[in-house]
Design a protein around this ligand. Structure first.
Ligand code: BGC
Length: 366
């Protein structure tokens, strides 16, 4: 069976012959992979900045954003019938008995760093025809979401952020944890930003998405179709762009670059929340006046939150929200998937700039 893999020690990226998986534990499930998304993390792994093969192995099978279909299941796999669509969770707990987060089933909050992530760190990913996973890591997806279910994993970033933001909003007892009516600014027009904008709209927020593409970009139409607005930062620095937006209650950063993120943070007003979701590559230090920023964060009671996806609650929220998005804006959701590559040609999608919004690798797509 072919798989797309990186071999970091040899700096190789390409198809490898990968062992056909088999059911071993009674709760194992054999899956046929339908489709796998490509994201910035995959590109960093292919630049050899990130990514670790499983212990004792030379290569790492890529791919962590997946949609798969159950082929067969062990006797204790609890209700996973053949044909059921699933999204496997990415992060798995560390083995340290002292890691309260992992022991509580919240490996997204792991404190030891010993967690494993399929397709990223210490475990093979999904860019291959068949995989086996234990039932407890599988999140069921309804059949109606077959053509867009591959967006569940990137959507978990926004869903975890919203779960966290609701807890933070509770600090203002006069408004409670309801997001409705907040003005949210999304920074970044990639899949994480656009899915975040949809999740914020469904939660009742007024949404402005700021991105560096021009004012006539396809993103402007996408935002309009979901009842949000698009603001181009192509010719306007963020410091100038923020004041006319009026009061901003929440910034959802999905740009993955430190300079615009810190510029936006510096432009925020009273009681605002700022959520970082991007993992920037290792570059030089940003040009930020730390003292001014610190004063602003303190005197404005701001919350600055970092979040990495995701626990089961965020996956389940993502499946539910994707269903809502499809009921409200099916064309806008489908328009997020702009590039499709076969497995044999997927290397190109990882090592070159292919443009568009979301790139997916079609594996056993039906
Ligand atoms: C994945 C997360 C992962 C993070 C860091 C993201 O692309 O979605 O599951 O924790 O990268 O490795």
């Amino acid at each position: 069976m072919k798989a797309l893999a990186v071999t970091p020690a040899l700096r190789l990226i390409g198809l490898v012959d990968h062992l056909e998986p088999a059911l071993r534990a009674p709760d194992d499930v054999l899956l046929r992979v339908l489709r796998v998304g490509v994201c910035g993390t995959d590109r960093e792994i292919c630049a050899f900045d990130y990514g670790t093969p499983p212990a004792g192995e030379g290569y790492l099978v890529l791919g962590h954003e997946s949609l798969a279909e159950v082929v067969s299941a062990g006797p204790e796999a609890g209700g996973f019938a053949p044909g059921q669509l699933v999204v496997p969770m990415v992060r798995r707990p560390c083995a340290d008995p002292a890691c309260d987060a992992c022991r509580a089933g919240r490996q997204d909050f792991c404190v030891t760093g010993g967690y494993v992530e399929r397709g990223i760190k210490g475990a093979h990913g999904f860019m291959t025809a068949r995989v086996v996973d234990a039932a407890r890591w599988l999140v069921p997806v309804p059949a109606e979401l077959r053509d867009v279910g591959v967006l569940v994993e990137p959507l978990t970033i926004a869903e975890k952020a919203l779960l966290e933001v609701r807890r933070m909003l509770d600090r203002m007892p006069w408004r409670g944890e309801d997001l409705a009516g907040l003005h949210a600014v999304v920074l970044g027009g990639g899949p994480v930003g656009l899915l975040g904008a949809m999740a914020l709209r469904v939660a009742g927020c007024r949404v402005t998405l700021v991105s560096r593409q021009g004012a006539a970009d396809v993103r402007a139409g996408l935002l309009e179709s979901i009842g949000g607005s698009y603001v181009s930062s192509a010719d306007t620095p963020l410091a100038t762009l923020f004041p006319p937006l009026g009061r901003v209650d929440l910034v959802y950063e999905a740009v993955g670059a430190e300079a615009p993120a810190f510029e936006a943070l510096a432009a925020l007003g009273p009681n605002a929340l700022f959520v970082f979701t991007g993992v920037p590559g290792r570059r030089g230090a940003p040009d930020v006046d730390g003292g001014v920023l610190m004063r602003s964060v303190v005197l404005n009671n701001q919350v600055v939150l970092g979040t990495v996806n995701a626990g089961r609650d965020a996956y389940e929220a993502a499946v539910a929200d994707l269903g809502r998005f499809m009921a409200l804006w099916p064309d806008a959701v489908r328009a997020l998937i702009t590039n499709r590559f076969p497995l044999a040609g997927a290397r190109e999608a990882l090592v070159t700039r292919v443009g568009g919004i979301k790139t997916v690798v079609e594996i056993g797509a039906a």
